[in-house]
Design a protein around this ligand. Structure first.
Ligand code: AMP
Length: 406
């Protein structure tokens, strides 16, 4: 069996998994790991394999040092990428701009193009390039593949992708709706037709990716027609720590009247807002405990979250015209039955009716949770971005081998 190493480099961390691309979404990866607190005085490298977990605490000055140490740790435990059969290395790349829609075999010009997109994702794309460069140096004989978080939404129709701001300014600054979480929206939406017994070419659906970051999409017949994230992943739904859509005038107001700098406002909206900004916590398990203890701010935060979610569901129902399925995924969407219930409460007149018993079942693979009478099927489909990246990377690598490139 050939595995795929999947690497997801963030600004101060690197997540990685060694995955069997034939596995199912709920299978545990062969190996998973994390390099944390890169650039801080004390860093940490964790590797998990089966029931075993190994942790090394030491300074990790750079992404390069972190990945090298992670490879060394995996080798030491006999599960290193050079000790197993590896068909590809898949890299999650946050921003593909208007350049990339499909997964791309990584050759030098591709790395340059990803680096050139840095103005669109100043924290993420440079970290992604670091991860690519280290991994290519450590594993030079394996095909490396870039899978773009924006890729699926590259096909958004112009009416959904363009912002109504001065066209020249927008073009000069590459401003448009790119959308994110594309790998997840594609992975989940592609499973829905079979689960509800419909032809994928005639399935109109809404996907709600509700994790710490959250996004919604409307997908018609396999193609995205709208999504909630925009130029950046700050837009759209209320998230764990991100505000989602706000009146852009708030930013001018905070700068002019609140005396805040652009960086302070950036930090406020990305890290100190959303559910955390309103309640003090961003984890929905903690939020639920606070609600159960009658914490008013927690209750308010929850209601703002649900209200915004329903706004998007409503607008996507109109955009789609006919809706065959609404699907919940990611940490909150897969596990929090209250969110699912409240997001779709009182919509029977639109053909949407959740079955309370099915909704209350614990998270256990893809499933339909609507009543038989519900004309719009409601589903929970666990997402697995690493597996999706592994599958795409394995396919690109196979083509590269068939073409004699490896
Ligand atoms: P993700 O970004 O998809 O990993 O989702 C992470 C978020 O999912 C956490 O911050 C929690 O808010 C939420 N979550 C995870 N497990 C549960 C659960 N059992 N019940 C409610 N929320 C959960």
């Amino acid at each position: 069996m050939a595995y795929v190493l999947v690497i997801n480099s963030g600004s101060s961390s690197v997540k990685f998994q060694i995955v069997d691309p034939q596995a199912s979404a709920s299978d545990k990866p062969f190996v998973s790991g994390l390099v944390e607190q890169i650039g801080e005085p004390q860093g940490r490298i964790t590797v998990k394999h089966g029931e075993d977990k190994w942790v090394v605490q030491r300074a990790v000055p750079t992404h390069t040092a972190g990945l090298q140490e992670a490879f060394r740790l995996m080798d030491l435990k006999g599960v290193g990428p050079t000790q197993i059969e590896l068909s590809a290395v898949g890299h999650r790349v946050v921003h593909g701009g208007m350049v990339f829609s499909e997964p791309e075999l990584i050759i030098d010009p591709v790395v340059t193009m990803i680096r050139d997109l840095t103005p669109l994702a100043p924290l993420h794309n440079p970290a992604n390039v670091d991860g690519i460069e280290v991994a290519r140096a450590l594993l030079p004989h394996v095909p490396h593949v870039a899978v773009f978080d924006t890729g699926f939404f590259r096909a958004l129709p112009p009416a959904a992708a363009l912002y109504a701001i001065n066209a020249e300014v927008a073009e000069q600054n590459l401003i448009r709706r790119y959308g994110f979480h594309g790998t997840s929206h594609e992975f989940v939406s592609s499973q829905v037709p079979e689960l509800i017994g419909r032809d994928p070419k005639h399935t109109r659906q809404i996907v709600l990716h509700l994790g710490n970051g959250a996004s919604a999409s409307a997908v018609a017949n396999g193609h995205p027609i709208d999504t909630s994230m925009g130029l950046t992943p700050l837009a759209g739904l209320v998230m764990g720590t991100r505000s989602g859509d706000i009146d852009p005038g708030i930013i001018f107001h905070l700068a002019r009247e609140g005396g805040m700098t652009i960086d302070e406002i950036d930090n406020l909206l990305n890290r100190q807002s959303g559910v955390k900004g309103l309640s003090g916590v961003n984890d929905f398990r903690e939020l639920r405990t606070m609600i159960d203890n009658e914490d008013e701010n927690a209750w308010l935060a929850y209601n703002v979250y649900i209200n915004q979610l329903r706004r998007f569901i409503g607008s996507y129902m109109i955009a789609l015209g006919r809706v065959d399925a609404i699907t919940f995924t990611a940490g909150v969407g897969e596990n929090d039955q209250h969110v699912r219930e409240d997001a779709l409460e009182n919509l029977t007149m639109y053909g949407i009716e959740i079955d309370p018993e099915k909704n209350a079942l614990p998270n256990n693979g893809p499933r339909v949770i609507s009543t038989d009478a519900s004309t719009v099927k409601v589903l929970v489909v666990p997402t697995n971005e690493e597996l999706a990246i592994a599958q795409k990377s394995a396919a690109v690598a196979e083509k590269a081998r068939a073409a004699g490139l490896y």
